[in-house]
Design a protein around this ligand. Structure first.
Ligand code: OAD
Length: 240
């Protein structure tokens, strides 16, 4: 690999686990406490918007209590080094937290949306949102009441930036998946797309993911340990 190459990195909940953010499917994870239909579907929002707002309000309010870990930091450093060398690291995340940004990443493609933003279902405006949302809050742009929703992709909705991601994957020299179980599509399909194009694929995860067999190389252990090692190896191979 060369720093002037193009890497696509896909991250999932596992990269934020070492910061204390719960994953979804590990034991005691979010889906052990909530049913995804209630809090992560348009139908759930229509049926009980209060429950859904409470779910995301809690997670949004928890953001200041967690900090980026060495895995977030290392990816930001690698992206910077690649930028300086004329290369490119496209950071695609399924995570809705802001730990990549706070770890120093300048460009983060949040394919499942962002906890720190709200979207108006009436006027369509997306804006930064730090406070609690509720059915009584009015949209600051169109003044409609109760139309703001978390800027989050729910099951049954199309993830964001799909065309851009497909293009970046197709042009990549390396595809790296970090901290994701590989069980939610379309993100879980990126490795298959990269592999079919002959692009080397690498997995860093606590344990083999559901599509572990598709990766050419894998490193298992906590992301906060494994990602800095991977980044260090890449940088030192380049500087030799
Ligand atoms: P999951 O909870 O499905 O998977 C987390 C993965 O991280 C598992 O494979 C764990 O083994 C791994 N893991 C746990 N701790 C780790 C650590 N310290 N270091 C490295 N890896 C660790 O989370 P995602 O794959 O991100 O979507 O889930 C994908 C999507 O499913 C989410 O974006 C969310 C969810 O439903 C929506 O809500 C639309």
């Amino acid at each position: 690999m060369d720093l002037s190459d193009r890497i696509v990195v896909l991250t999932g909940a596992g990269i934020s686990a070492d910061s204390g953010v719960p994953t979804f499917r590990d034991s005691g994870g979010i889906w052990a406490k909530y049913h995804y239909r209630d809090v992560a579907t348009p139908e759930g929002f229509a049926a009980n918007p209060n429950l859904l707002h409470e779910f995301y309000n809690l997670r949004r309010a928890g953001l200041p209590t967690v900090q980026p870990n060495p895995a977030h930091d290392a990816l930001a450093q690698l992206a910077q080094a690649k930028r300086e060398a004329g290369g490119c690291l496209t950071l695609v995340t399924q995570n809705v937290d802001d730990l990549h940004e706070r770890g120093g990443s300048k460009s983060v493609w949040h394919m499942h949306g962002e906890l720190t933003k709200a979207r108006c279902t009436s006027c369509g405006t997306v804006r930064e949102w730090a406070d609690a949302l509720s059915v009584t809050v009015s949209c600051p742009d169109c003044a409609e009441r109760g139309t703001l929703r978390p800027h989050i992709v729910w099951f049954g909705e199309v993830p964001m930036l799909m065309e851009e991601i497909a293009e970046a994957v197709a042009e990549a020299d390396l595809f790296v998946s970090i901290g994701t179980s590989g069980s939610v599509y379309p993100a879980a399909g990126f490795v298959g797309e990269a592999k079919s194009l002959g692009i080397p694929c690498m997995e860093i995860n606590l344990e083999p993911s559901e599509n572990a067999h598709l990766f050419d190389e894998a490193f298992y252990g906590p992301a906060a340990e494994q990602v800095p090692v991977f980044v260090g190896r890449l940088m030192s191979a380049v500087s030799r």
